[in-house]
Design a protein around this ligand. Structure first.
Ligand code: AG3
Length: 278
C-alpha cells in the first residue's frame, strides 16, 4: 500500500511522510486529532492535519524549548507550560531537580488523553506529582496569575484558530506579569524560512512586553522547512552570558540533542534570519 501523509505549508511547499496505518481519528470541540504510524518516523500526532510531532524527532523541539530557559534561570522552581498537552515539554522539564511545580495548561483534554494512550514515551511525566494539568484556555489562565512563575514555556500550534491569541502582544504582556521579577519565557515561533512576516509580528509583540529577547534555532525535520525558531524572552537573564554551564552539562547526560555548545550555537543566526530583525 502506498499511503503518504502530506502537509502543505502556506499553500505551496510540502512535506511527505510515508504512513503505514491510521491508529486514531477523533474530533474535539477545538480541533481534529489524528494519530498515525509512519514508516520511518514512528508514531505521529496531527492536529487539524498539521504535524505536531513524531516519535523520531520530537526530542529536538522538546529539549530546546525546555532546557534553554531552565539552564539559564538560576532557580526555576515554578514552571508554567501553555499548550503542550502531549507532555513532551513536561517530560524535559521534569529532568530538572530544581523544578518543584509544573502547571500545564492545555485547552483540549483529548490531546492529553490520546497522548497518554498512544505516546507513552512522550507523555510519561504527566502523572508526576509535581505536575498539575489544567484544561483551560492559556490566554485566560495567564491573565489570572501574577508574579508567580520562574519560567513560562509556550508550546503552541501554529497561529491558527484558538492559538492565534498565543502570539499577541496582550498575551506576552500577561505572561510578563505572570512571571516573577527575573522570569524567562520561551515559545515556538515558526519557520524562519517561510514565515518571515509572521515572525516580524511575533517578535515586535514580544519586544513590547519584554526588555530582553532573542531568537534561537534548531532543526526539526518534520516541521515545514526543517529549521525551526524559538523565542527566548526575559526580564533579567541573558541567554548565553547567564547560562549555568554546569547544570547544562548535567542535563545533557540525559538528552539526545541539547548540550551547552548547542545552547550557545542555537543563538547564532544566519544572515537571512538576522535580516528579519533589521
Ligand atoms: N507544536 C507545534 C509546532 C508547530 C508545527 N507546525 C506545523 N507542523 N505546521 C508542537 C507541539 C509539541 N509538543
Amino acid at each position: 500500500m502506498d499511503l503518504w501523509f502530506k502537509e502543505i505549508h502556506n499553500g505551496s511547499f510540502g512535506l511527505l511522510i510515508k504512513v503505514r496505518r491510521s491508529l486514531y481519528h477523533g474530533e474535539s470541540q477545538y480541533q481534529k486529532l489524528d494519530i498515525v504510524e509512519t514508516e520511518d518516523m514512528g508514531r505521529m500526532m496531527l492536529l487539524d492535519g498539521l504535524v505536531m510531532f513524531t516519535e523520531r524527532d520530537e526530542f529536538v523541539y522538546h529539549e530546546m524549548i525546555a532546557h534553554v530557559p531552565l539552564t539559564v534561570h538560576p532557580n526555576p522552581g515554578n514552571v508554567l507550560v501553555i499548550g503542550g498537552g502531549d507532555g513532551g515539554t513536561v517530560r524535559e522539564i521534569a529532568r530538572h531537580p530544581q523544578v518543584t511545580r509544573i502547571d500545564l495548561v492545555e485547552i483540549d483534554e483529548l490531546v492529553v488523553d490520546k497522548a497518554k494512550e498512544f505516546f507513552p514515551t512522550v507523555s510519561c511525566e504527566l502523572d508526576n506529582p509535581k505536575v498539575t494539568v489544567h484544561y483551560k484556555d492559556g490566554i485566560e489562565f495567564v491573565k489570572k496569575s501574577k508574579d508567580k512563575y520562574d519560567v513560562i514555556i509556550v508550546d503552541s500550534t501554529d497561529p491558527i484558530g484558538p492559538a492565534v491569541g498565543l502570539f499577541s502582544h496582550e498575551f506576552y504582556q500577561d505572561c510578563f506579569n505572570a512571571l516573577q521579577k527575573d522570569g524567562i519565557l520561551t515559545a515556538q515561533t515558526e519557520s524562519p524560512f517561510f514565515d518571515v512576516e509572521l515572525i516580524k509580528k511575533i517578535y515586535a509583540n514580544l519586544q513590547q512586553a519584554f526588555p530582553l529577547f532573542r531568537m534561537y534555532l534548531a532543526p526539526v525535520p518534520t516541521y515545514p522547512g526543517g529549521y525551526w525558531s524559538f523565542a527566548f524572552a526575559s526580564k533579567k537573564y541573558r541567554p548565553i552570558l547567564d547560562l549555568n554551564k554546569e547544570r547544562a552539562e548535567t542535563i545533557s547526560r540525559s538528552t539526545k540533542f541539547y548540550n551547552p555548545q548547542i545552547h550557545v550555537s542555537g543563538f547564532s543566526l544566519p544572515n537571512f534570519v538576522k535580516k528579519i530583525f533589521s
